[in-house]
Design a protein around this ligand. Structure first.
Ligand code: DQQ
Length: 539
């Protein structure tokens, strides 16, 4: 059964079996977190006839599966219930807007409400009788109009929602407004659009505080917030974001950065179709994202499942207001055991150090490196360099001066299998660049897997800041947070030797210069109760 396969996860969300993709409609309502997701209940591969699966949790760690919330049954969604979002209306009334593939295969937007607000789990949802509430706009192709966001309310009493689209390869976030959430009209201009980017999927639009890590509700608008527009570029399966200022009176969103292929991303690894929500319990904004497989369709059929969700992340605006920061939600502590810690350990050039005492296939590791003698860093002008390409060429086996140093996760005892997450530091005219890589090239003895290496820069100054890495390791997922969450890289790996108790974890430094591990803390992570079939219907 899937439950005893070596690549099933222990604390990352996944269904008991079959295909999962996008997170849908995450929300908090009356003491319960709700999480819906795109699900094919009939097999481990994608099928456009999507269902909305539904799980609930009181702690964002353990999840109870419920019946599907939406199934493709009505004329307005008979060919698939695609992605969408929840909004809590005044009076504490949750509603969902989702994309339906109607009987003509047109993408339309549907409204649904809980059948019984007194059911603590909101198990049954009913489509509004007047669905769809938003039809395909003129001049847009039938399959280019989807993924409504959580709506926000401005001072004029009108709700706003954006919907992803494209026209002639121009990516578009169409803006719709409504006074009653039922009658929607398209605003004359989109909230934002960028030529040449292809269809935008699963947009997200939300405020972030300029002076605090706290999150705020999606409708908050004042001088102490900036707004984030996230769009998924289907052509690249990447989530990019823009930070800017939003003026509801003019419906103008003016970003401070540009949407290009080397613009800011939530995650520089495998991560897509993410969605955030405001958690009023802890005043934070939480981000969930789909982490797809890196093995083949044949492998997915053999194992009977596909797709994970990233561990929930808190997300906020960095102090410099130029980028976002993400960090695993603190609830992970509930699962920690067997803490090991190290302080001030010198890691000489060309050495490795095994981190023992924890379950290396199911772990949370934090490590900080301090560099002295930075004047010895290699001189290299990194401008114009594609960090991912650089990381692939300069993989973990290539010796530098400062770097590669970092972690070898899911490593076999002989290091034949390993996933290397590491840094390199360069200087150019007195300025330093920190590069972060996640190298999957030796992650498995098996062939036929996507072992692409990922890389990105980390916006820190090694003269002032320690270089920190946090990595969540969970059997077939390695989620890494560099520079305190400024740069995130998620990878999927399928070791054959480094599985279960045979997996090992090492800190390594293959550069010629020594680095100081100023602090290391690592924990085994206990197995969470996630969608265990026996608990269906139980509370
Ligand atoms: N997945 C959904 C769509 C969305 C895409 C279909 C993104 O609504 O655009 O499963 O992965």
């Amino acid at each position: 059964s899937p439950s005893d396969q070596p690549h099933r996860t222990a604390f990352h969300f996944q269904p008991p079996k079959n295909w999962m993709n996008d997170p849908n409609g995450p929300m908090y309502y009356n003491g319960v977190y709700h999480f819906f997701y795109q699900h094919n209940p009939f097999g481990p591969l994608f099928n456009p006839q999507m269902y909305w699966a539904h799980s609930v949790s009181r702690d964002l760690i353990n999840w109870t599966p419920l019946n599907h919330a939406f199934a493709p049954t009505q004329p307005f969604d008979i060919n698939g219930c695609w992605s969408g979002s929840a909004t809590i209306l005044p009076g504490n009334k949750p509603v969902i807007l989702y994309t339906g593939l109607d009987s003509e295969h047109h993408q339309v937007q549907n409204l649904a409400v809980p059948k019984d607000l007194s059911d603590p789990y909101l198990q049954e949802w009913v489509g509004y009788t007047g669905n769809p509430v938003i039809n395909l706009p003129d001049g847009i192709q039938h399959d280019d109009f989807r993924d409504p966001t959580t709506a926000w309310l401005a001072n004029d009493g009108k709700w706003r929602v954006i919907i992803g689209s494209q026209k002639d390869k121009k990516g578009i976030a169409f803006l719709y407004r409504s006074e009653d959430f039922v009658n929607w009209s398209m605003h004359e201009s989109p909230l934002y659009e960028v030529a040449g980017t292809g269809i935008w999927e699963c947009p997200d639009f939300f405020p972030v505080c300029v002076d605090s890590n706290n999150g705020v509700d999606t409708s908050v608008m004042n001088s102490r917030v900036k707004h984030v527009l996230k769009v998924g570029l289907y052509d690249y399966t990447r989530d990019y974001y823009l930070i800017g200022s939003y003026t509801p009176e003019k419906e103008s969103f003016v970003p401070q950065n540009e949407l290009t292929l080397d613009a800011l991303r939530y995650d520089y690894g495998k991560y897509y179709a993410s969605k955030s929500f405001f958690d009023p319990v802890k005043n934070r904004r939480i981000l969930m994202g789909w982490v797809n497989e890196s093995d083949s369709e044949t492998d997915c059929i053999a194992k009977g499942w596909s797709g994970l969700q990233s561990f929930p992340r808190s997300i906020w605006l960095d102090q410099n207001q130029k980028q976002l920061v993400q960090w695993p939600i603190e609830e992970i502590k509930m699962l920690h055991e067997n803490e090991v810690s190290i302080q001030n350990m010198n890691l000489e050039g060309g050495s490795i150090h095994e981190i023992v005492g924890i379950t290396a296939s199911q772990a949370d590791v934090k490590i900080s490196f301090k560099l002295t003698n930075l004047e010895k860093a290699e001189e290299l002008d990194m401008s114009g360099i594609d960090p991912q390409v650089f990381c692939s060429e300069m993989d973990a086996s290539k010796k530098g001066k400062f770097g590669p140093f970092g972690l070898l996760a899911l490593a076999s005892h002989d290091l034949f299998e390993q996933t290397a997450i590491f840094f390199r530091v360069f200087q150019n005219n007195g300025r330093y660049t920190v590069l972060m890589c996640s190298d999957q090239s030796r992650s498995s003895t098996r062939n036929g897997l996507d072992k692409t290496t990922y890389g990105a820069f980390v916006d820190i100054d090694p003269q002032q800041d320690e270089i920190s890495l946090r990595t969540l390791i969970d059997h077939s997922i390695v989620e890494s947070f560099g520079g305190g969450g400024k740069t995130c890289i998620t990878a999927r790996v399928y070791p054959t030797l480094a599985i279960g108790d045979d997996a090992r974890l090492f800190a390594f430094n293959y550069g010629t210069e020594s680095v100081l591990i100023s602090e290391l803390s690592a924990w085994s992570v206990k197995k969470a109760r996630i969608n265990i079939e026996e608990t269906i219907g139980c509370t």
